[in-house]
Each structure stands twice: as structure tokens, then as C-alpha cells.
Design a protein around this ligand. Structure first.
Ligand code: HAM
Length: 424
């Protein structure tokens, strides 16, 4: 019989990887607490229409990457490809996203995109995202960037990530720019690849994002969005740059950074690395001042970004930024029937006596030797041995495995207090 395998592009995260994930998640949680962001948990499945209306119908995600299916009542649903659309939907639905009110949210969880899998690119991947509603000025843009910079510092990744920023201006200035781009690329139609030809009709800005090296020169010579910018966006972007410089943040202005989702305006940014091959962006985001109104809410400015968790974990692993090995305090060796019979009663009492005690009780029997081997593999600091002899004398033998000290016997009555002084 053939064995079953996970769906292509969808990965198991096994215990050996978990310390990296746990460290990253805990660091993010601490950061969000420190900056005053509240957690939200939103559904993994939303109505397909939500993504059509927010991400945009002429984007790679909507055109070819969504996991959509008909519910039993015929309604089209989609596994969320990202978290911004659902956040806006929830904010409107609960009446939370209102003019003159500020909300700072974060979320985490799996996202789904039917992309071609490769290192750093998966079909189920995990994001931690931030969304801020109600703030228009560039100060909040700076705060998101500073929070992210602090994350890299806390994780020891500052030297392998670079910040790129750009502005997309207002919808009107984008419209003017779009026409200039269509004119320019139409004049060079014969040099475009198939993907770009398709984009020319439907989403010409995305041609700027092309990874095809043959198009590099053509793209370099294309009209610049900055030349069509409206005055307010220009001022917003100038302020953003001045504030970043004032805060000592290093950045590069990349005029070709356009992002793959349609809802952005003004500030967009990506944190990139050259350590992960083609999958360069480890975190990315920007403003989406029009999206709340576009989805039926009031006009409320917003900005957010998301971290690609697999990619940050890959960087941690690549750099050998090893998290502490999970510690076990005590491994309990139970040898013989009598020991197994009293074992759980005793060990549960020790757990009561020493809250938080990390204790692995041997299950599945085995010789002394086999049990010690398991104790060693668990990285426990101490072994507690309970054999026939110990049961008879109502003692345990305490043996240091990674600590200094002599092996000794301790009366059952005193084990709780002893473990508390050693491990509590
Ligand atoms: P995004 O650029 O599509 O933006 O995704 C954010 C991050 O998720 C990327 O920079 C990357 O690290 C990670 N990511 C994306 N696709 C994959 C994949 N297939 N495999 C592994 N990692 C991936 C958004 O999703 C926006 N919602 C971000 C945002 C929040 N903008 C405003 N608020």
C-alpha cells in the first residue's frame, strides 16, 4: 500500500524546528505588548469576494493562486491568502474601524497560495501581521518600521536584512502613471515577455516588478512614478524619509517596489535579504488608505505589514542563531513493577510541590540501561531513580546527569523540597 504524503508545498513543522519558531513567536508577542498592539484571531476561510474586492482581480494571487471552493450551499469560499482583507472585514463588521479612532492589531496564522514551491516559498505558509487603522501621518509608518528593526536586533538578524521603501502616491497619480507606462511599454511591445504582455493590458505597474533579467534595461528606462506624484504624497514621503533618517534607520528608496496586491497607496516597504535565494522579502507592507471605504466602511486610513515566518526561521537557522535547547529538569527512571505502581502517585505529588518542574517520567518500561539512555537523550539535569530497593526503603536515588554533585538517596517525604531547591 502506498504511504500518504503531505500536500505539495504544505509542510510539517517538527520538534527540532520548534525552538526557532517558539523563540520568534515569543519575541514578536513581547514586542507587540511593548508597543501596545492587541491580538486578533480571524477565520482562515472567508468569502472569495472579499479577496477579489481587496487584493484585486488582476493580481497573481487572485488570478492563479487562491484555494477557492464551493461550500455545500454553493457559496464560493477561499482559504485566506493573506490577513489584511480579513482584518478590514472584521473591523468594519464589528463597527470598530471608525474615523478618528485608532486600532492597532496583530495576528498570526497560516496563509494559502498556490505558488510554485521552492525554498522559502510554500503553499501553506505562516504570517504574523500588523494592521493599524485610523492614522494618516507618516509617524505610524515609521513606528512599524522601528518595531520591525527592533525585531531584527532582538533576533540577531540586523546585518542580513535591508529596508527598501517607495511611495505609490494617490489613486489619481497612479492612474496618470499607469497611462504613461502603457504608452511606454506599448512602444516596446516586441521586447516584452509573455507575462509582461498580459500585464500590459490589465496591470501594467506589475511589469516593473518583473524578475526577468532581459527586461532589466527596459524597466530601468521606464517612466518613474515619482514624476507623476501628487504634492501631498510627495510631502508624506519626504517626511517619512526625514523621520527614518532622524531615527537612524538605514533604507534604500526603490522606485520599482510596487507590491503584488492592489490595495496599497503611498508608503510601501519591504525588508529583504540576500540569504534566501530568489525569495528575498522577509517582511513587507504598506498603506492602504482606501481599502476600508472600498469594502463598505467609512473612510479610514490604514497601514500594516506582515512577516513571512518560514523565511525568518530559515534566516535564524542559516545563521546558526540557535535557541536554547528545551531543558528537562528531571527524568524519572522506574525499574520494576512496584516502582511503576507507586510512580505516578509520587511524581504527581512532586509536580504539586514544584510548579513548573520539567519532569519526564519513563513510560514504556525498559531496562535500567535503556531508561538511562532515554534520560540522557532528554538532556535532563537530574535522574530520579525508583527501583525495587528504593520502594522498599521509601527513598529515591538522585543522580546528577549534567550537574555537579554526588549521587544520594532522599526520603520520599523530602523529595518535593529537594527538587524545589534544585530546580524551582
Ligand atoms: P505579502 O508581501 O504578500 O504581503 O506577504 C508578506 C510576507 O509573507 C512576504 O514578505 C513573505 O515573507 C511572506 N510570504 C508571502 N508569500 C509566501 C509564500 N508563498 N511562502 C512563504 N512566505 C511567503 C501581504 O500578505 C500583506 N497582507 C502584508 C500587509 C499587511 N500589508 C498591509 N498589512
Amino acid at each position: 500500500m502506498s504511504t500518504l504524503q503531505a500536500v505539495r508545498g504544505m509542510h510539517d513543522i517538527l520538534p527540532e524546528d520548534m525552538p526557532y519558531w517558539a523563540r520568534l513567536e515569543q519575541t514578536l508577542r513581547d514586542l507587540f505588548d511593548a508597543y501596545g498592539y492587541s491580538e486578533v484571531r480571524l477565520p482562515i476561510v472567508e468569502k472569495t469576494e472579499l479577496f477579489l474586492r481587496s487584493i484585486g482581480e488582476v493580481t497573481d494571487i487572485v488570478e492563479k493562486e487562491m484555494y477557492s471552493f464551493d461550500d455545500r450551499n454553493g457559496e464560493s469560499l477561499t482559504l485566506r491568502p493573506e490577513g489584511t482583507a480579513g482584518s478590514v472585514r472584521a473591523g468594519i463588521e464589528h463597527g470598530l474601524v471608525q474615523p478618528q479612532q485608532t486600532h492597532k492589531w496583530w495576528y498570526s496564522g497560516p496563509m494559502f497560495r498556490h505558488e510554485r514551491p521552492q525554498k522559502g516559498r510554500y503553499r501553506q505558509f505562516h504570517q504574523v501581521g500588523i494592521e493599524v487603522f485610523g492614522l494618516e501621518g507618516p509617524d505610524i509608518d515609521v513606528e512599524l518600521i522601528l518595531l520591525t528593526r527592533r525585531l531584527w536586533q532582538m533576533l540577531g538578524l540586523s546585518t542580513v536584512v535591508q529596508l527598501e521603501i517607495n511611495t505609490l502616491g494617490s489613486p489619481e497619480s497612479r492612474h496618470t502613471f499607469r497611462q504613461l507606462l502603457v504608452d511606454y511599454f506599448s512602444a516596446h511591445r516586441d521586447r516584452l515577455d509573455e507575462d509582461s504582455l498580459r500585464r500590459l493590458e490589465r496591470n501594467p505597474l506589475r511589469i516593473l516588478d518583473s524578475k526577468n533579467p532581459d527586461l532589466k534595461d527596459l524597466i530601468e528606462g521606464a517612466p518613474r512614478l515619482h514624476d507623476s506624484l501628487d504634492d501631498e504624497s510627495r510631502a508624506h514621503f519626504a517626511q517619512l524619509q526625514a523621520m527614518l533618517a532622524g531615527a537612524g534607520v538605514a533604507f534604500v528608496v526603490n522606485p520599482h517596489l510596487v507590491r503584488g496586491l492592489d490595495y496599497y497607496n503611498r508608503t510601501v516597504f519591504e525588508w529583504k535579504t540576500d540569504r534566501l535565494g530568489a525569495q528575498a522579502a522577509v517582511a513587507a507592507g504598506g498603506r492602504y488608505d482606501g481599502l476600508v471605504a472600498q469594502l463598505g466602511g467609512k473612510s479610514v486610513p490604514a497601514i500594516g505589514c506582515a512577516f513571512g515566518m518560514e523565511r525568518v526561521v530559515a534566516l535564524l537557522q542559516d545563521l546558526g542563531v540557535a535557541p536554547a535547547v528545551a531543558q528537562v529538569d528531571v527524568y524519572v527512571v522506574l525499574a520494576g513493577d512496584a516502582a511503576v505502581r507507586v510512580g505516578f502517585q509520587l511524581t504527581e505529588a512532586w509536580r504539586d510541590a514544584v510548579p513548573g518542574l520539567r519532569m519526564v517520567v519513563n513510560c514504556g518500561g525498559g531496562s535500567f540501561k535503556a531508561q538511562f539512555r532515554r534520560a540522557d537523550r532528554s538532556h535532563a539535569r537530574w535522574a530520579v531513580i525508583l527501583g525495587e530497593d528504593e520502594v522498599q526503603k521509601q527513598v529515591i536515588t538522585l543522580k546528577p546527569l549534567r550537574e555537579q554533585g554526588e549521587q544520594r538517596q532522599v526520603a520520599w517525604m523530602m523529595v518535593g523540597a529537594t527538587l524545589k531547591s534544585l530546580c524551582g
